[in-house]
Design a protein around this ligand. Structure first.
Ligand code: 1GP
Length: 247
């Protein structure tokens, strides 16, 4: 049982700014026809990755949806796990998240220990990721489920010091999240400041417009995650395509 040590997805993440990931929360896509419609359009929209995961997903829904995606999409599939059950060798990579904005040991090390034996033996790229929750103006599912407090959005020094601590601990990426359905997404100047740390950045939570995506790309975000907006409006994929073709 050897740990998979490939870096393919990580190398793609760090290669350039302005890449786009569509987040599929299996809890919200139990209608496979809707999921199929989304998958068919993601390639046309030049989406770079599919992320799969959620805060309150049952193991059955997770398995059902990951199997369906594997059969129906050729895009790289990355797990963005909400708990220790959301792991599968059917994905290309696993964001190995530590919720370092919080102080809940379960999300810092507990879930990791529970799943370590299985992940270690699994043929999947594992990407240690500093997961930092920022207040997005409403109570997010992830803050509620993890019982952690997000960092206030205007406390820039706490955000930067948290990211620095994550890098010092050996995390290869920073994921800044305002939480799914956030009222306010992560401000571009925060991304600009973090981009100085030379660690690839994923940003998500409440991103609903092409303008926000442009500002985040200009600020240095490597991967921009869109979930909720596409659940409301599948045509937003046209804006994503336009965004992807603009640079
Ligand atoms: C949430 O970063 C993701 O964890 C995506 O957020 O669903 O609001 O796009 P949205």
């Amino acid at each position: 049982m050897k740990l998979n040590v490939s870096n393919n997805i990580f190398n793609q993440f760090k290669e350039r700014v302005g890449q786009v990931a569509v987040l599929i929360d299996p809890d919200k896509y139990t209608n496979l026809e809707e999921l199929d419609a989304l998958l068919k359009k993601t390639t046309f929209a030049k989406v770079d990755y599919l992320f799969i995961g959620g805060s309150t997903v049952s193991s059955n829904d997770f398995k059902l949806v990951i199997n369906f995606i594997q059969l129906n999409s050729k895009l790289p599939l990355v797990i963005f796990p909400g708990d220790s059950h959301q792991i599968s060798s059917k994905a290309d990579a696993l964001l190995y998240l530590s919720l370092i904005s919080g102080r809940n040991p379960d999300y810092l090390i507990g879930h990791h220990v529970q799943s370590a034996q299985e992940v270690y033996a699994m043929d999947i790229e594992v990407i240690p990721t500093a997961y930092i929750l920022i207040d997005g103006g409403n109570l997010s599912s992830v803050a509620y489920v993890s019982q952690t407090t997000p960092i206030p959005r205007d406390h820039r020094s706490i955000i930067v010091n948290t990211a620095k601590a994550g890098i010092l601990q050996g995390k290869k990426m920073i994921y800044l999240d305002a939480g799914s359905g956030a009222k306010e997404s992560i401000p571009a100047p925060v991304i600009a400041e973090l981009s100085m740390l030379n660690s690839p950045i994923i940003v998500g939570g409440g991103i609903r417009s092409r303008e926000e995506m442009g500002a985040l790309r200009d600020a240095g975000a490597n991967v921009i995650v869109i979930g909720n907006k596409l659940e409301e409006d599948l045509d937003f994929l046209l804006d994503i395509r336009d965004f992807k073709m603009s640079k």
